[in-house]
Design a protein around this ligand. Structure first.
Ligand code: PM9
Length: 458
């Protein structure tokens, strides 16, 4: 007897109609948007894979939790419920609510990072890097070398190389290093996970030198799924047990709850140290709001708590990550190069290999993103030279090792039929890939330019 096929552990209760423009209409729209996909009106996009952040479908349990939202300014029941969930699930006693992940970075870094500091990590996400560099501090990438080869199929390409980390500590000195940031999963590196073994090893290095270890935890549950399915010794543990163990090695975390808490807006910092909590509290009141809401409404905090419990269920994670793998496998079958293996939340198409005729400073991943929108109405996002920004000191372009178009799949939103349209769109471009030319920047902001840059075709 064959094995019973697997399907999502949910059914659809409400739908949102989407519009499908013609190719000519899309061409006009992207010209109006000056070739920046962020400038498109969302209603002109058929399948929106720009981000998995804040774009997930909440469950009926989350929506009903919202009805219990307590909107008291101080000490709301919603905050206390959220805090209890975070403490029980992740193990941290102190919780600072913020309106999203970058706000958590802003508050934590205001309390802990000063000019000239060094912040080692694994390919820091762009907002993290931006908030470090904004403070005239320097993020140092200590990711394992294997992560830079998109064709290497390894289970944990998000790992930090502890030899690089030790070398960084030896070079700059402990006093200059306020924290190490471990991003689980590593978004910039292709949505690649970090192993428990690596978490333990990094934690041991940090604690030997009394340096706090902070997790950028946006996709911590997806990371736990990979530990369960790829790392020996964890196959029989529940996701919640794995998550608890992961965080036991950290001193704190920042969280964009828009990802693995499956809500539309929200975030938090969670900490072991009361002293650091108190420092953060001052900045949180200045930037975010009072300590028991921090930019979120009571109903957001209730939905966040419910979302954390749901996203740490194996069946949910299995369906989600299987869909990402489905897309990755279909693209690979066409011979189109992607970062292997497919990530937890996204497939990353290797634009350098897709368009070898376009140099990195003519933004091949941006070209591919524009082309995919024109062909199929699918919106991805560039994770390449545009996103990498200029060097803050020399103002030179700094092309990264990989030039990628990320196709991030929102949680519980699209079916595999949608994925087939994405694959079809890429196939059309692949067939005429030699005919594409690069782009030139017309306008760029001084920092985090990828959101607002405009381009012209060369
Ligand atoms: N990530 C993403 O699409 C949303 C912004 S860019 C379109 O991947 C990590 C690992 C992230 C992240 C956001 C943030 C910031 C921190 N760390 O967007 O401020 O992937 O909630 O989180 C995005 P917020």
């Amino acid at each position: 007897m064959t094995k019973q096929p697997y399907a999502e552990p949910w059914r659809i209760k409400m739908v949102e109609p989407v519009k499908i423009l013609t190719r000519e209409e899309r061409l006009a729209k992207i010209q109006e948007a000056e070739y920046n996909l962020f400038n498109l009106a969302a209603e002109d996009v058929y399948i929106d894979l720009l981000t998995d952040s804040g774009t997930g479908a909440m469950s009926d349990r989350q929506w009903s939790a919202m009805m219990l939202g307590d909107e008291s300014y101080a000490g709301s029941r919603s905050f206390l419920r959220m805090k209890k969930t975070i403490t029980e699930l992740l193990g941290f006693p102190h919780v600072v609510p913020t309106h999203q992940g970058r706000a958590a970075e802003n508050v934590l870094f205001s309390a802990t990072i000063k000019a000239g500091d060094i912040v080692p990590g694994n390919a820091h996400f762009d907002t993290t890097k931006g908030h470090i560099e904004f403070r005239q501090a320097i993020p140092v990438d200590c990711t394992v070398d294997e992560a830079a080869d998109p064709n290497l199929e390894l289970p944990f390409k998000g790992n930090i190389d502890t030899r690089k980390l030790e070398a960084c500590i030896a070079k700059y000195g402990v006093d200059k290093i306020p924290m190490v940031i471990h991003t689980v999963t590593c978004n910039t590196g292709g949505g690649q996970p970090v192993s428990m073994e690596n978490i333990k090893a990094v934690s041991a290095v940090c604690h030997k030198h009394s340096i706090p270890l902070i997790f950028d935890s946006a996709r911590f549950a997806e990371n736990a799924y990979f530990i369960k399915t790829r790392e020996a010794g964890y196959e029989d543990k529940s996701i919640k047990e794995i998550v608890k163990e992961m965080f036991s090695y950290a001193d704190g975390m920042t969280m964009s709850a828009k990802k693995d808490a499956i809500i539309n807006i929200g975030g938090f910092i969670a900490l072991k140290s009361l002293e650091t909590y108190r420092k953060c509290a001052t900045f949180n009141i200045m930037f975010e709001g009072y300590l028991t809401y921090g930019g979120m409404s009571g109903r957001d905090m209730d939905a966040l708590a419910a979302g954390l419990m749901e996203s740490t269920e194996y069946d949910y994670l299995h369906a989600r990550i299987s869909q990402v793998k489905y897309l990755g496998d279909k693209i690979t079958e066409l011979g189109i190069p992607i970062v292997k293996p497919a990530g937890g939340h996204a497939v990353y198409v290797d634009a350098k290999a897709f368009f070898p005729q376009i140099p990195q400073i003519q933004y091949p991943a941006q070209v591919l993103g524009v082309a995919l929108y024109v062909e199929a109405g699918v919106r991805g996002v560039e994770i390449g030279t545009v996103l990498a920004d200029r060097d803050p000191v020399t103002r030179e372009e700094r092309p990264p090792k990989m030039e990628l178009l990320r196709l991030a799949i929102p949680r519980r939103v699209y079916t595999n039929n949608h994925m087939d349209v994405v694959v079809w769109g890429l196939q059309q471009i692949w067939a005429k890939r030699e005919s594409y030319k690069g782009l030139k920047i017309k306008y760029e902001a001084p920092i985090m330019r990828h959101f607002t840059s405009t381009f012209e075709q060369l």
